[in-house]
Structures are given as structure tokens and as C-alpha cells.
Design a protein around this ligand. Structure first.
Ligand code: NAD
Ligand code: UFG
Length: 342
């Protein structure tokens, strides 16, 4: 078994990753500055797995702190989740996105080079494709992000491609996620957005639990069967299992590799509302409003390359995604740090 560094491990996807790694018997070191998470997620990870992990409250841009971590542990691989991810905020605060996402990744890679650690999995995003006309999206599609967040992801991909080209020891996996939703089946960890959620499923879930009066559906005049936007929602547990497969793949394949992680199936906003109502037994009030600027009508993956090369395929459907979100949301109606949390 190996020792693995998870940057951003206290966050939504990172905490689910830690569960999977600990359950597979790995030692886990988490680095997170808690700018968008709570250390309570890591306590929950330890409860779920009945194992302990090593947590360092550290910023990924802090070279000295990184050096200490690489000197303390014999790290085999790094899973790099730390970064900022809100598209709208990236438009109003681009410098902060370049700093956390691009500079942060550079500092991490420098520390890895210094320590002689060359296995890295990077959380990229389908947002690097911009607004493709054709579906499904394959990895060979042209990239062309339409917002600063997407630009930072593409810059990091390009930087890592150059770095992999400079030394044959590197083994790097770029994973382009579609729309991660869902939660661990225990209901102990899940997505815990600060403030008003930007994303559909956390918003629906907060309406269902009574925290918000209604959902705004961003238009029903798209050229789709019911007029609402279509996305490829992927269960977070399927997503992190894709990372386990990517780690195995890197053991056999040096160099840099890119894979889409999606289900290959799209669902509309109205289909997601209905699935959530069925899973929760609650009604989800909604109003149809204007389109949100920058939204594509339809986006879904062609996941064939991940299936062929990684031997990975998403298993869970939207019913299970909604059931698991609801279990988490009913358990922690106001998030980990709220007064009413268990
Ligand atoms: P998240 O915000 O829940 O997790 C990110 C974690 O990184 C947080 O715990 C945050 O505190 C930490 N962090 C941020 N900046 C840091 C810094 N400078 N130093 C140390 N820690 C820092 O988000 P998530 O949904 O779990 O996303 C994880 C990764 O996946 C991100 O890189 C994100 O861009 C990427 N991604 C997410 C989605 C999605 O829809 N959730 C889609 C595609 C890609
Ligand atoms: N939507 C609503 N109301 C809401 C929120 C969303 O109707 O309150 C709709 C959107 O218009 C879209 C769908 O629900 O049709 C999904 O929207 P999300 O915001 O959940 O997801 P996006 O596909 O817009 O964005 C996600 C990530 C981004 C990433 C992008 C592309 O949040 O970080 O996928 O990978 F850039």
C-alpha cells in the first residue's frame, strides 16, 4: 500500500476520495487551507472508514510548508483537488483564480520535482471544452474555455503537458469531470457550498429541505426536448473510483494522459427536479427565469476512452445520486458547522 497526498482533501470531492483511498488500505495525507471546507469533513471520513489520516492545514502555494510535507512522508502519488471552482466568482476575481489554481499547481509540481515524486492526478473540468457544437464530447475536441475558471484549468493542463515532456519519469493523469453530484451513502459527507449554491443539485436540495423558497430554472427555451439545459451528472463516488483507476493506469503507463469522467448520458433540469422529488418525497418549487449567461444547452461526455484505457465506467444513476444527496442534506440541513449539525 502507498502513501498518497490529497490536496483539497477536506473539500467535496477530496473527502470522498479520502474514503476510497483509506478503504483500499492506503495511507492518506491531506493538505487543505479550509478556504471552502471544514475539517469536520475529515472527522467524518475517519468515522466512516474507522481509520485515521494525516491532516495539514496548509495552503498549496506555501513552498516551505509543502517542503516539510514532502520531507515528512514517503509519498508515492499526489491527487490534486485544491483550487477555486466558482465560475461567476472567477469573472469578478480572476487574479485569485490564477493564483490559487495556476500558481498553486506550479508550487506543488516544484515541490514534487524537488522530492522526486512524479505521479500526479489533476482535477480538470469539462469546462475546458467551452461550448462545443457536437455531442458527445470526446477528449480530442478542441479546447476553448469561456471563463477565467476554465482558463486556469486549461493553463494547468498545458503546464503539466510541458513538464511531463521535460522528464520521462513523470506520470500524469488529467481528469476532465462533467457534473459531479451525490454524496457518500452514509450521509456523513457531501457537498457543503458556502452561501447561495451556484450549481443545480445543491440548490434543489436546499429547496427540498426548506432552506430556500424556490429554484430558478435558467430558461426553458433551449433546443432540448423539454426546453431546459441538459448535463452529464456523475455520482461523486463513481468519480473518485475513476481516480483509483487512473492511479493504477499510471503505474503501467508513464507520460501524460487525459480522460473524460462522465456517464455519457444527459438529463434535463426538469428531469433532475423530478428525480429529486421522488428521492426526497418533498416538492421542489421552481420558477422559469432568463437564461444564465455562458450556459450551454447540452453537455455530455463520451466516456469510452476512460472505459477502454482505465477500465472504468460510472455505475450509479440519477435516482441513487438524488437519494444520497437527500440523506446527506437531511442529516446536515445547514452544513457541517451549523448549530443543528449532529
Ligand atoms: P471544494 O471547494 O469542495 O474543494 C476544494 C478544496 O480545496 C477545498 O477544501 C478548499 O478549502 C481547498 N483549497 C482551495 N484553495 C486552496 C489552496 N490555495 N490551498 C489549499 N487548499 C485549497 O471543490 P470540489 O468540488 O471538491 O472540487 C475539487 C476540484 O475538482 C477542484 O479543483 C475543482 O476545480 C475540480 N472540479 C470540480 C467540479 C465540480 O463541479 N465540483 C467540476 C470539475 C472540476
Ligand atoms: N441551473 C438552473 N438553476 C440553477 C442552477 C443551474 O436552472 O440554480 C441549470 C443550468 O442552467 C444548467 C444545469 O442546471 O443547465 C446545470 O448547472 P450547474 O451550475 O449545476 O452546472 P454547469 O454545467 O453549469 O457547471 C458545471 C460546474 C462548472 C464547470 C461546468 C463545466 O459547476 O464548474 O460544469 O464542466 F465549469
Amino acid at each position: 500500500m502507498s502513501t498518497i497526498l490529497v490536496t483539497g482533501g477536506a473539500g467535496y470531492i477530496g473527502s470522498h476520495m479520502c474514503v476510497e483511498l483509506l478503504q483500499a488500505g492506503h495511507e492518506v495525507v491531506v493538505l487543505d487551507n479550509l478556504s471552502n471546507s471544514s475539517a469536520r469533513s475529515l472527522e467524518a471520513v475517519e468515522r466512516i472508514t474507522q481509520r485515521s489520516l494525516h491532516f495539514h492545514e496548509v495552503d498549496v502555494r506555501d513552498t516551505d510548508a509543502l517542503r516539510k510535507i514532502f520531507a515528512t512522508y514517503e509519498l508515492e502519488s499526489v491527487l490534486h483537488f485544491a483550487g477555486l471552482k466558482a465560475v461567476g466568482e472567477s469573472v469578478s476575481e480572476p487574479a485569485s483564480y490564477y493564483d490559487n489554481n495556476v500558481v498553486g499547481s506550479l508550487r506543488l509540481v516544484e515541490a514534487m520535482m524537488e522530492a522526486g515524486v512524479h505521479n500526479l492526478v489533476f482535477s480538470s473540468s469539462a469546462t475546458v471544452y467551452g461550448m462545443p457544437e457536437e455531442m458527445p464530447i470526446t477528449e480530442s475536441f478542441q479546447t476553448g474555455p469561456i471563463n477565467p475558471y476554465g482558463q486556469t484549468k486549461l493553463h494547468v493542463e498545458q503546464m503539466l503537458t510541458d513538464i511531463a515532456g521535460s522528464n520521462p519519469d513523470w506520470r500524469i493523469s488529467l481528469l476532465r469531470y462533467f457534473n459531479p453530484v451525490g454524496a457518500h451513502a452514509s450521509g456523513e459527507i457531501g457537498e457543503n457550498p458556502n452561501g447561495i449554491p451556484n450549481n443545480l443539485v445543491p440548490f434543489i436540495s436546499q429547496v427540498a429541505v426548506g432552506r430556500r423558497p424556490h429554484l430558478n430554472v435558467f430558461s426553458d427555451d433551449y433546443p432540448t426536448p423539454d426546453g431546459t439545459g441538459i448535463r452529464d451528472y456523475i455520482h461523486v463516488v463513481d468519480l473518485v473510483r475513476g481516480h483509483m483507476k487512473a492511479l493504477e493506469f499510471l503505474r503501467r503507463n508513464p507520460g501524460i494522459h487525459v480522460h473524460n469522467l462522465g456517464t455519457g448520458r444527459g438529463y434535463s433540469v426538469l428531469e433532475m427536479i423530478r428525480a429529486f422529488e421522488a428521492a426526497s418525497g418533498r416538492q421542489v418549487e421552481y420558477r422559469v427565469v432568463e437564461r444564465r449567461p455562458g450556459d450551454a444547452a447540452v453537455s455530455y461526455a463520451d466516456p469510452a476512452k476512460a472505459e477502454r484505457e482505465l477500465g472504468w465506467k460510472a455505475e450509479f444513476g440519477i435516482e441513487r445520486m438524488c437519494e444520497d444527496v437527500w440523506r446527506w442534506q437531511s442529516h446536515y440541513p445547514n452544513g457541517f458547522d451549523a448549530a443543528d449539525s449532529p
